[in-house]
Design a protein around this ligand. Structure first.
Ligand SMILES: NC(=O)c1ccc[n+]([C@@H]2O[C@H](COP(=O)([O-])OP(=O)(O)OC[C@H]3O[C@@H](n4cnc5c(N)ncnc54)[C@H](O)[C@@H]3O)[C@@H](O)[C@H]2O)c1
Length: 439
């Protein structure tokens, strides 16, 4: 059921527990960043919830409140962090290990970071071939593991006096899984968990536990996880919002900025070759062909959807799109992404664009984790449940209602997000028509 304009929103009272699956580069950069911002050591750059504004009414009205003043979001001071990982290191040690943030900064954040110790993970090496760790739960079967997670989450909530919780998957990319008959209904999914069926990946066990407790869930990796009918059924039953998949950072962010621009000028595309060198643990995991396949599918889909070759065959039929990721340890988290774009213009004359993005993966991803946690919590207080398409802005492979194609164009995604906020607060949507200024 659609949420009505200007609907009532429950206030963001009390503590919000942010449960992170995976305490690696992204999670620790996110937590450390929030702690640094709280101490006044840094600004929340890259976070729309903290730095963004939303224009209201006509351009002549000069009304552009900060998003965090416009909608009731949890304050950074009310966030409490919990995490699971297959390695027992604290958030401080894991952040040192990830090597994203400088040691000096981490030293100032040592006290809060050291307190965050990961709970034992639900893990199976069959789904992430390149990793193995000791901090792992044992259980009779996958259903039993889900029940252990549920009890642990309830305990976390009690111990930390949280009013509400959200869960974000920021753990390693699992192997590629296709839709399977056992995902069709909640009943068949639960039975498959009891049967230890191989179609049930660890990420699904976490997501099941979260949704079963009505906790919103965001999937930061390209794994199938919640993108199956059984999870939709559970989210609907429990009133939990969900979104995914795969944080949109780095090269795909650039792609969804550039491609809409090329299309807006009706410039054609012969090919887009993308390659990356990356040396963090994520890069190591993606060096396994089965995990890479999951990532590749996610990265490849964006151009087709933005450029619409069916609608514009003369411009975009049969363009070549290649994506490579190469694990190259010396670079650590500081990825380098190259794009060679072969375009054509007036009368078919060829041109080339080269992009060399020296980015920092986790620096780009951390603010997305913050925004997703805060927006998912908002969605739940509004009474929104199931797939949150308005959060497509944050993902490489946005989830949508069945049968609907995803919007990948970042500018459309941002408009969708801001219009959703306007709608929730009873403001008029902005169409950018503007003819009224010339009456
Ligand atoms: N950084 C980015 O820009 C970006 C963008 C899109 C997606 N992602 C995805 O986000 C995820 C995290 O990235 P990262 O750079 O932090 O990777 P990372 O390897 O540093 O951290 C992932 C952590 O998850 C842990 N882990 C693996 N399986 C687990 C399980 N079943 N339960 C609990 N913990 C588990 C690992 O031990 C590791 O510590 C990856 O899947 C990555 O593909 C990252």
């Amino acid at each position: 059921m659609a949420i009505k304009k200007g609907t009532e929103i429950a206030p963001a009272k009390g503590k919000l527990g942010v449960l992170l699956v995976g305490l690696g580069a992204v999670s620790t950069t996110f937590i450390a960043g929030v702690e640094a911002i709280k101490m006044g050591l840094a600004e929340p750059i890259g976070s729309l919830t903290q730095m963004g504004t939303v224009r209201l009414g006509k351009r002549t009205e000069n009304r552009s409140p900060a998003i965090k003043d416009f909608v009731p979001l949890a304050s950074l001071n009310d966030l409490v962090f919990g995490a699971w990982d297959i390695f027992p290191e604290s958030a401080y040690d894991a952040a040192m290990h990830a090597g994203v943030l400088e040691k000096d900064l981490l030293a100032k954040l040592k006290t809060p970071l050291q307190k965050i110790k990961p709970m034992k993970a639900v893990f199976d090496q069959n789904y992430v071939k390149r990793l193995n760790g000791e901090n792992v739960k044992k259980g009779k079967n996958k259903f039993d593991l889900a029940e252990q997670l549920i009890a642990e989450i309830e305990e976390f909530k009690r111990k930390n006096k949280c009013a509400r919780l959200v869960m974000v998957w920021a753990a390693s990319t699992e192997i590629f899984l296709k839709q399977h008959a056992v995902y069709k209904t909640l009943k068949s999914f639960e039975q498959a968990m009891r049967d230890n069926h191989k179609a049930i990946a660890p990420s699904m066990i976490y997501a099941y536990a979260a949704l079963k407790l009505g906790i919103p869930f965001a999937n930061g990796a390209p794994n199938l996880t919640v993108d199956i009918p059984a999870m939709m059924e559970l989210a609907d039953q429990m009133g939990a919002p969900l979104c995914g998949k795969d944080f949109k950072t780095g090269q795909t962010l650039m792609k969804t900025i550039l491609a809409p621009g090329l299309k807006s000028r009706m410039l054609g595309l012969h090919g887009w070759y993308s390659t990356n060198i990356l040396g963090n643990r994520d890069g190591e995991v993606l060096d396994d062909p089965e995990s890479f396949k999951t990532k590749e599918e996610s990265k490849l889909s964006v151009l087709e959807h933005i450029l619409q070759p069916d609608v514009y065959p003369a411009l975009y039929k049969d363009f070549s799109h290649v994506v490579r990721i190469n694990y190259y340890p010396p670079r650590g988290d500081n990825k380098e992404g190259w794009d060679n774009i072969d375009i054509f213009g007036w009368l078919g004359y060829k041109m080339q664009i080269k992009v060399d993005f020296l980015c920092r993966d986790s620096i780009l991803a951390a603010p997305l984790v913050l925004d997703l946690a805060l927006f998912l919590d908002l969605a739940q207080r509004v009474g929104m449940k199931g797939v949150q398409e308005w959060l497509s802005f944050y993902f490489k492979s946005p989830m949508t209602a069945p049968g609907l194609y995803p919007e990948h164009d970042i500018f459309i995604q941002l408009m969708k997000l801001k219009n959703t906020l306007r709608h929730l607060r009873g403001e008029d949507l902005i169409t950018h028509l503007g003819l009224e200024y010339y009456d």
